[in-house]
Design a binder for this molecule. Structure first.
Ligand SMILES: Nc1nc2c(c(=O)[nH]1)N[C@H]1C(S)=C(S)[C@@H](COP(=O)(O)O)O[C@H]1N2
Ligand SMILES: [Mo]
Length: 496
């Protein structure tokens, strides 16, 4: 077990030094995610939510520990079974690193260090553990215990140092934040008006802080790339291929847009919805500059690690009022690493899985027929327009309040059209209009509030929203798979 720990630590350290994505442990984890059958992926998401990645890594660590313990027991007499086990694990690491999409030959150093350290430590510890003729020096057990302690500490230290080194490249975030503060805006997001949210009544604040913004992605390791190293290639069915550096982006007109993002995995009443002021460049203008060839209907965007893709409909991206962005900033700062630093896509009115590629470095103009994006290959829908939805934030489900007047409040969204009406129903009563918050824009959520009169006992309130075109959200219940949940959110509470 110590030898395997040493192997993992050494691999993580060398990866941190030369190429963070090449850590064998993480590469195997990414391989497992890529190969996992759909039922397992859906099970992990519903059972563990956003903790699914730590759970995967912990599970891998347990499996490794069990395999290492087994190999250790088989190696009591001779080290060969253990050496063979470490070699097999090493080969797995090599394969996972070599097959990862952003592979470069230097990535092989980390699995090589891993295998070398593992075998060396196993042989050394095994030799120390052999019975020796009694001599004057310290006993075999205390020598072995000391060496084991050194190995355990070294493995932990190497792993921790690798983790630190692997994250060091995000250092230029502060420079980007400073640059963004100094640059003029070609389009400003209007200040959020007073009365756009009712946090006193239980709704979220209108803008979600970066720390509270929901996070969803498949990345075991957040790609680290400085803004200086970043570039975006726009190619495929275009009149003229473009390569843009970060400075090229900042030289363009910067636009600010307040946008609500929603995850397709958001259950009715769920938390995977947040709003931010994004700043970036207009994606439509860039696509028009590249010139989209007739017949192209998809822009396939890829993250810098090559592990994730989204397919966005060309017709949506080219809508003049859609407001699709290549975002570089969020709520007055550079993008946080976990939200896509240095550059991500944001498209109002489309679920994130078809539009919001973080750490984006490649846009290929193509067709849905030719290329299938990440979640499409896993059974999710092709186009991903956001469905009109509403959520009750107060009263809390299964809470209790005094009988009489009870405040009811929440959020509703229907991007890019916006929400024109929200109605609330108590028990089996009639639908009644709620008061809408001051409108900020169709691209964002809209808060609402009202109150109901209740007698002591158990009650249920339900909500439904109507979009700006007059279409009310459907009552029909649908699961998040394949293209977003539908149905009315309702909350049960007790009055006493
Ligand atoms: N590179 C990358 N980008 C990604 C994803 C991902 O897994 N990898 N997930 C997408 C999904 S499903 C959603 S809902 C949004 C979430 O963005 P956020 O984490 O900034 O809220 O990012 C999208 N962009
Ligand atoms: Mo998502």
């Amino acid at each position: 077990m110590l030898s395997v720990a040493a192997a993992l630590g050494a691999g993580h350290l060398v990866a941190g030094l030369v190429s963070p994505a090449s850590s064998p442990f993480l590469a195997v984890g990414n391989g497992a995610i890529a190969l996992a059958p759909q039922w397992l992926v859906e099970f992990a998401k519903s059972a563990f939510g956003t903790a699914d990645k730590p759970v995967l890594l912990a599970g891998m660590a347990l499996v490794l520990a069990a395999a290492a313990a087994g190999a250790g027991l088989a190696s009591r007499a001779r080290p060969q079974p253990g050496v063979r086990a470490i070699t097999a694990l090493g080969l797995l690491g090599f394969a996972a690193v070599a097959l990862s999409p952003a592979f470069t030959p230097v990535d092989l150093l980390a699995p090589a260090a891993s295998a070398g350290a593992g075998i060396l430590v196993l042989r050394r510890l095994h030799a120390l553990a052999q019975p020796r003729p009694a001599t004057a020096g310290p006993g075999r057990r205390s020598v072995l215990a000391g060496a084991s302690g050194v190995v355990a500490f070294g493995a932990l230290a190497a792993g921790g140092l690798g983790q630190l080194l692997g994250g060091r490249l995000t250092g230029s975030r502060d420079e980007v934040t400073a640059a963004l503060r100094g640059l003029p805006r070609a389009e400003r997001a209007p200040a959020v008006p007073a009365g756009a949210a009712f946090p006193d009544q239980g709704t979220p604040t209108f803008l979600t802080s970066n720390a509270d913004f929901y996070r969803i992605d498949t990345a075991l390791r957040i790609p680290t790339q400085t803004a200086a190293d970043w570039s975006l290639r726009i190619h495929g069915m275009v009149g003229r291929e473009l390569v843009l550096t970060f400075d090229d982006l900042l030289a363009r007109p910067l636009v600010e847009r307040t946008i609500t993002m929603i995850c397709v995995s958001n259950e009715v009443g769920g938390e995977y919805v947040s709003t931010a002021d994004f700043v970036g460049v207009d994606l439509r203008a860039i696509l028009l500059e590249a010139g989209i060839a007739p017949g192209a209907d998809q822009v396939l965007s890829t993250s810098s690690d090559g592990l994730w893709t989204a397919g966005t409909p060309v017709d949506v991206l080219l809508e003049p009022d859609r407001g699709a962005l290549l975002a570089v900033g969020m709520n007055g700062e550079a993008l946080p690493p976990e939200h896509g630093f240095p550059v991500r896509m944001v498209v109002p009115g489309l679920y994130g899985y078809v539009s919001a590629t973080k750490w984006v470095t490649d846009l290929e103009v193509t067709t849905f027929g030719a290329k299938q994006a990440y979640w499409l290959q896993r059974g999710w829908g092709e186009r991903g327009p956001v469905k009109t939805q509403s959520r009750i934030d107060a009263p809390r489900g299964y809470g209790s309040t005094p009988a009489g007047r009870v405040a009811v409040a929440g959020i509703a969204w229907s991007p890019p059209r916006g929400v024109s009406r929200v109605e609330v129903r108590l028990d089996d009563g009639p639908w009644a209009d709620a008061e809408l918050a001051t409108e900020v824009g169709g691209r964002t959520w809209r808060m609402w509030r009202t109150s109901v009169d209740v007698v002591p006992g158990s009650h249920v309130v339900a909500v439904r929203a109507t979009d700006a075109d007059g279409t009310t959200q459907t009552e029909e219940r649908a699961d998040v798979l394949p293209d977003g949940a539908t149905g009315y959110h309702s909350v049960v509470f007790t009055a006493s």
